[in-house]
Write a protein that binds this ligand. Structure first.
Ligand SMILES: [Mn+2]
Length: 333
């Protein structure tokens, strides 16, 4: 992506009066940081802004003000608004339209549709798109956008939201997507008022005890396959109930399992409420897991991808292992 794309997005944003914001379902730190930062930034430009985050907003990012700032308009009022006034719709951190979940049709109903993202698989589903696949996080792209528009509007709250997203998607500047730009953007955000220790403390030391118990159960249930190159685990509805943890608390499990020496692939299968199975894949040492996720209609990044398989847990695992056989088989022992 070059600066021109951001200019094109900025040119649409400047005259906009009402902006509706969208992001992907199971919104992570980058998605929520992007939403909070955009709400605050666009409001400071004097615009009317509403963010529509699909599903439930996870609790760990509440310190950014998610309760007050996101999902501030009902579906009914929103559809009324897109019918009667000119609404600019902006999607951030979502690779395709379906990822907007229940808000997909609202996004499509906008007078114009803008897309800002960092997924290489982005389908370009807007009228104007700024996709920077070299950026670690959407929040990095947003800092560039805000710098094009007016960086003096970026206060400590906006900087903190962007920093939280940057930290979440780089695993605190540890993952392979951490580049020179990540540090430069991080440094700039600290300069603009973000506090690295306060944000890290809120995210990493604010876990409910139940989440840790669930992680422990999932680690216990894990198995090493392909001579230790793959670690597989699962989370059943029963494990969630037993630990008292929420679906969102499964996020930390892949992080825990990826610590194992020598594993190239982490796969966690989670039974969703609707009976389907959510598959989270993480790659190490350059092992591309996105090629596995895309086989099942999912997507993401080469080293962090996911998909949903509409079968039971056992069958979903068999399907994914069959794919892994192609790269690491034939022996699974
Ligand atoms: Mn992201």
């Amino acid at each position: 992506m070059n600066r021109v794309d951001l200019e094109a997005v900025a040119a649409r944003i400047r005259p906009a009066h009402t902006v509706f914001l969208f992001t992907h379902e199971f919104a992570d730190g980058d998605a929520l940081g992007s939403m909070v930062a955009l709400v605050l930034f666009l409001r400071s430009m004097g615009k009317t802004v509403h963010a529509f985050v699909p599903g439930k907003v996870q609790n760990v990012y509440r310190f950014l003000g998610t309760d007050e700032l996101l999902n501030t308009m009902s579906a009914q009022m929103a559809s009324e608004a897109v019918r009667t006034e000119r609404v600019t719709c902006l999607s951030a951190d979502a690779a395709d339209l379906d990822r907007l979940g229940e808000w997909k049709s609202l996004f499509l109903a906008g007078a114009e549709r803008l897309v800002i993202d960092h997924h290489g698989t982005n389908t370009g589903f807007g009228d104007v798109c700024a996709v920077d696949a070299s950026a670690s996080s959407c929040c990095e792209v947003l800092l560039d956008l805000f710098s094009v528009v007016d960086v003096t509007l970026v206060d400590a709250k906006i900087a903190s939201a962007l920093y939280a997203g940057l930290m979440a998607d780089t695993g605190s500047f540890q993952y392979a997507n951490t580049g020179v730009q990540s540090f430069l953007h991080g440094a700039r955000l600290v300069e603009l008022g973000a506090s690295p220790d306060a944000i890290a403390c809120s995210i990493y030391e604010g876990k409910p005890y139940a989440a840790l118990r669930l992680t422990a159960a999932a680690v216990s249930a894990s198995r090493l396959l392909y001579a230790g190159q793959v670690v597989v685990s699962h989370v059943t509805r029963e494990m969630l109930e037993h630990s008292g943890a929420l679906d969102e608390d499964t996020d930390g499990i892949t992080d825990e399992l990826r610590r194992i020496a020598g594993t190239k692939v982490v796969v966690v299968f989670r039974e969703a409420l609707d009976g389907s199975v959510k598959v989270s894949l993480r790659g190490k040492y350059g092992f591309d897991v996105r090629r596995i996720a895309t086989v099942f209609g999912g997507g993401g990044h080469p080293l962090a991808a996911g998909c949903t398989i509409a079968t039971g847990l056992g069958e979903a695992e068999a399907l994914v292992l069959t794919e892994l056989d192609r790269y690491l088989g034939p022996s699974r022992i």
